[in-house]
Design a protein around this ligand. Structure first.
Ligand code: SAM
Length: 294
């Protein structure tokens, strides 16, 4: 037994042993489920360091796979909520990790395309701080992050592996070509930093794309739920035609050209700017002004 503040090291099965066990059970990684397992022990440890996981932390891991990252989270003293869609992997990881400090939800983390699974929602802390640490499945990374950011008690930080082009989009600065509605949506809630790239050789099987480590930190001044709900349709309208000017897009949003001009003047924005040139800040300001003076 480990005493308080003292944690057992994870069982040191080497990746080759894990892979052999998976293969002898007839397991073949699914591309559709983004099953590219991180096999580099140093990198697994580096992710947990980046995530600043401390003893007693509540950590959500989406897609634990064979449980190698989970083992490092446990070694750092975290309590882990693990959500895995693939029953075979969940079974394997349960055996590999043992029952301690892992709560399992074996299902799709999403309900439909955009909402989080109800079992997941009810297992997340309502009041205390918690963290997301995950090697996210490529296909579901964006909707998962977008849905977590809209929770009343969102993760204090998210340290995630994502496909590189998506990671760069999420972390893009306004004014860059890759800055889009999803960048603004997430950056309204989180400060986002692209931390490093990971080559395909660090995964089994090797993915066809590069992977990046992204760190999201909750903004202390993040907007409330009502403001975020109002921000979504505004961003949808702004970015639905990104080659158009903000005057054009705001005219569509207000249904009125004069209101669009007036909004630009109040915000001090040149009406000829494009949506990708403006960060999320002025749009939140616009919604606040509208709420005060509808
Ligand atoms: N964490 C492991 C690692 O680092 O080696 C596996 C990461 S792998 C990129 C993605 C994992 O997410 C797989 O185990 C896959 O089965 C799981 N997965 C895929 N889609 C999912 C979903 N919608 N909900 C929950 N888990 C999902």
């Amino acid at each position: 037994m480990s005493g308080e503040g003292e944690y057992e090291a994870p069982r040191r099965a080497r990746w080759s042993e894990i892979k052999a066990a998976l293969e002898s059970a007839g397991f073949e990684p699914s591309r559709a489920l983004g099953q590219n397992f991180l096999v580099d022990e140093n990198m697994l440890r580096a992710i947990v360091r980046e995530a600043r996981v401390e003893a007693g932390d509540f950590v959500l891991e989406i897609g634990p796979g064979a449980g190698v990252l989970t083992a490092q989270l446990l070694a750092a003293g975290a309590r882990v909520l693990a959500v895995e869609i693939d029953e075979r992997l969940a079974e394997f990881a349960r055996e590999f990790l043992g029952p301690e400090r892992v709560q399992w939800i074996v299902r799709d983390a999403l309900e439909g395309k955009h909402a989080l699974a109800p079992e997941l929602l009810s297992a997340l802390p309502a009041h205390r701080d918690w963290k997301l640490v995950s090697n996210l499945p490529y296909s579901a990374g964006t909707p998962i992050l977008a849905a977590l950011a809209r929770l009343p008690n969102p993760p204090r930080s998210a340290t995630v592996l994502l496909q590189k082009d998506l990671a760069l989009r999420l972390a893009a600065e306004p004014g860059s070509k890759t800055y889009g509605a999803i960048s603004a949506r997430l950056q309204a809630v989180y400060a986002i930093e692209h931390r490093r790239d990971l080559g395909p050789q660090l995964f089994w099987p090797r993915p066809q794309v590069d992977t990046s480590l992204l760190r999201l930190e909750l903004r202390p001044e993040r907007p409330g739920a009502g403001e975020l709900a109002a921000l979504d349709p505004l961003l949808d309208t702004l970015f639905s035609q990104r080659r158009k000017t903000i005057r054009n897009r705001l005219t569509e949003f207000f249904g009125d050209g004069a209101a669009a001009e007036a909004a630009c003047a109040r915000l001090g924005l040149d009406p000829l700017l494009r949506p990708e040139d403006v960060g999320h800040g002025p749009w939140l300001e616009l919604l606040r002004q509208r709420a005060e003076d509808p």
